[in-house]
Design a protein around this ligand. Structure first.
Ligand SMILES: Cc1cc2nc3c(=O)[nH]c(=O)nc-3n(C[C@H](O)[C@H](O)[C@H](O)COP(=O)(O)OP(=O)(O)OC[C@H]3O[C@@H](n4cnc5c(N)ncnc54)[C@H](O)[C@@H]3O)c2cc1C
Length: 638
């Protein structure tokens, strides 16, 4: 397998502009002759489907929810970055580029990240034009706040519902095209298989989740914008339905999977309280603008927070990282929380929690302003914990939140399968080994509104004539047979354990051995336990009901089976990457003050895995990374 990044030549600042000029165009009258399938209607897929239909292509779009606007993007709370420099505080395209490369611990492609920073400014204009109600200053200018890993305020937001408001914008644009007949929308349809004909992605096989019917759809190109795979940890801040099925099945059809071990653990989530939980809740990073994080200085101090005097509190992020303090990046803040809890200084019943305290901010700014900024997040916290965060500090702990790994794509967002493009969280994005807060929404919308409309046209303009094929092509028939056989196997298995039992067990293995800290010993154990779990799954899973009806157990079982296999690849990748970088923390590789210790000589590359068969080990390929504009340096937030 060859991994050619196809980064265009020329100076970094003009690569994208020049590339846009150099790429092939499809004339307006010819655009309607080309068809594209978009799987996913979150910010990445929704924006792509709407933009491509507006350009004139025939678009068929799928999502598994009952409406495109219920994609997981709707849950995003805190905001979206853009280098507008409205605050006049020193921001620029170059600074956003620099912060993102550094935040990702020098494991992302420079050219992609620079393009992302460039188009960030267009995203805000596009969304404002759609009517997205961003927060504004009294003057009417759009307001900004700060997120981790940056010393400027560049995060645009709509209270704590930024994802919802952005998605409503993309959804309306999409629905307009549905109304015009240029997008055929199929909600409640789950992609089960990618169809590759003569080396090119030419369609998908989907299951209608209401009738159980299997359908094939043909197109000239396929776009996957199916989100991240953080539910591999079972407990996560993701929507319960989030899964890896689409990208996993594409991996098995030849799409390389890049950096699966780069998974983000977000530092500010409501802590786990017991086995009864099926998901976790994020408290947005925006809260760290005004909240101060602390634990008692003394081990085992169980006094209520208001009885612990200032002098006996350890504001450990402010102490360890004075330059960035409570706004240190997520990987660093998460590890710091784990460290103080492992020392026995954690708070709450389980000891796996730290305080996020607003008392100072309320004193300084008044309760009304804090309510205006974060009211819905405080209400959500109170509803879940029955504690009033205006009076008692919140308790938070890290949880699985985002995946930087995903299907490998080149500069044009094309995977290693010709004609298969991957957008948003589903690709091995521009965030390297750690994503900065408020940069996922930026990337999803950059991919959908501003990159794929050009690069897909270039693909069509290059291939020009696609073979006319129909769903009776043998490749479709074979894919349909694979889907049917899998459902038959799952339903016919008269086991005694639910898909959720296996999912929970998968989460336990992943969190214990491949969570915030990873060791060779632990990863090797995981690589023994995961194949055993897979075997047990196929022996003992029980899926009640039939195929020809709504069957959520069947849906879940299929997703869990894929997540178990992906867990295995994730651990392999973590084992092979014998360095610490960003969120990938191999405990053997750390500095004396417990920071990640990179090995640039041996690991300054993207690792992309090739599937070689059910019982054969995957092959690891490497795309070297070079840093010509920002010199490789040790990350410091001190
Ligand atoms: C609680 C929370 C808060 C967050 N807050 C922020 C924030 O403030 N700022 C920020 O930048 N990022 C934030 N993030 C991250 C961000 O929300 C996501 O990374 C981003 O929304 C992902 O968008 P996406 O379009 O790639 O995928 P998604 O929004 O996850 O959409 C995936 C789509 O794919 C479809 N799909 C998936 N599989 C299939 C299949 N097999 N067949 C058919 N359809 C399929 C789904 O139906 C859905 O439509 C947050 C994440 C969480 C969990």
């Amino acid at each position: 397998m060859e991994l050619n990044s196809n980064v265009p030549p020329g100076p970094l600042e003009t690569k994208w502009t020049q590339h846009k000029f150099d790429m092939k165009l499809v004339n307006p009258a010819n655009k309607r002759k080309y068809s594209v399938i978009v799987v996913g209607t979150g910010l990445a897929g929704g924006s792509a489907a709407a933009s491509l239909a507006e350009l004139g292509y025939q678009v068929t779009c799928f999502c598994y929810q009952d409406s495109p606007r219920r994609a997981h993007s709707i849950a995003a709370q805190g905001g979206i970055n853009a280098a507008k420099n409205y605050q006049n505080d020193g921001d620029s395209v170059h600074r956003l580029f620099y912060d993102t490369i550094k935040g990702g611990d020098f494991r992302a492609r420079e050219a992609n990240v620079h393009r992302l920073a460039e188009v960030s400014v267009n995203i805000i204009d596009q969304c404002v034009a759609q009517g997205v109600p961003f927060a504004r200053e009294y003057s009417g200018l759009l307001a900004n706040r700060s997120f981790g890993g940056a010393q400027v305020s560049r995060t645009f937001y709509a209270r704590g519902q930024t994802g919802q408001q952005l998605l409503l914008g993309a959804y309306q644009a999409l629905e307009r095209q549905v109304g015009l007949g240029t997008v055929k929308m199929h909600s409640r349809h789950e992609m089960q298989q990618l169809v590759v004909v003569d080396g090119k992605a030419r369609g998908v096989v989907v299951r209608d989740l209401e009738t159980g019917e299997t359908e094939s759809h043909v197109a000239d190109a396929v776009i996957l914008a199916t989100g991240g795979y953080g539910t591999v940890f079972y407990l996560a801040t993701y929507a319960k339905g989030a899964n890896c099925t689409a990208i996993w099945r594409a991996y098995k059809k030849g799409a390389a999977f890049a950096n699966p071990c780069y998974t983000q653990i977000h530092p500010t989530c409501i802590p786990v309280t017991g086995d009864h939980q099926s998901k976790l809740t994020l408290m947005s990073e925006s809260l760290r603008n005004d909240g101060r994080i602390w634990v008692p200085k003394a081990n085992g101090d169980k006094r209520p927070p208001d009885q612990i005097p200032e002098s006996e509190r350890d504001y450990y992020l402010e102490r360890k990282y004075p330059a960035f303090g409570n706004l240190s990046p997520r990987d660093i803040s998460s590890r710091a929380a784990k460290e103080v809890c492992d020392e026995g200084r954690g708070v709450g019943k389980t000891g796996f929690g730290v305080y996020l305290d607003f008392a100072d901010a309320i004193d300084r700014l008044g309760v009304d302003l804090i309510r205006e900024r974060y009211g819905n997040l405080f209400d959500m916290y109170e509803r879940i914990t029955d504690e009033d965060p205006y009076k008692i500090p919140m308790r938070i702990y890290p949880a699985s939140h985002y995946t930087m790994g995903g299907l490998w794509v080149d500069y044009n967002l094309m995977s290693s399968v010709e004609g298969l493009f991957v957008l948003g969280e589903a690709n091995f994005s521009d965030h390297g080994a750690n994503r900065l807060g408020a940069s996922a929404l930026m990337q999803g919308l950059a991919d959908g509104y501003f990159v794929i409309p050009y690069t897909l046209g270039n693909y069509f303009g290059t291939v020009r004539a696609f073979d006319k094929i129909g769903v009776d092509h043998p490749a479709f028939k074979q894919a349909e047979a694979e889907v049917a056989e899998r459902s038959r196997r799952l339903l016919g298995n008269k086991g005694d354990k639910t898909p959720d039992d296996f999912h929970r067990e998968l989460g336990r293995i992943m969190w214990n051995y491949c969570g915030m800290g990873r060791t060779e010993e632990g990863l090797k154990k995981a690589l023994v336990e995961l194949p055993a779990l897979k075997q047990e799954f196929w022996k003992r899973v029980r899926v009640p009901g039939e195929n020809g009806e709504i069957n959520q157990s069947l849906e879940k079982a299929g997703r869990v089976a894929d997540l178990i296999e992906l867990g295995d690849l994730l651990c392999r990748d973590a084992l092979e990457r014998r360095e610490s970088c960003g969120a990938h923390f191999r405990e053997e590789y750390q500095t004396p003050d417990h920071e990640a210790l990179r090995d640039d000589e041996n690991f300054c590359h993207v690792a992309a895995w090739e599937y070689t068969g059910e019982d054969a080990p995957p092959v690891r390929h490497v795309e070297p990374l070079s840093f010509e504009n920002i010199h490789l340096q040790t990350r410091s937030y001190k």
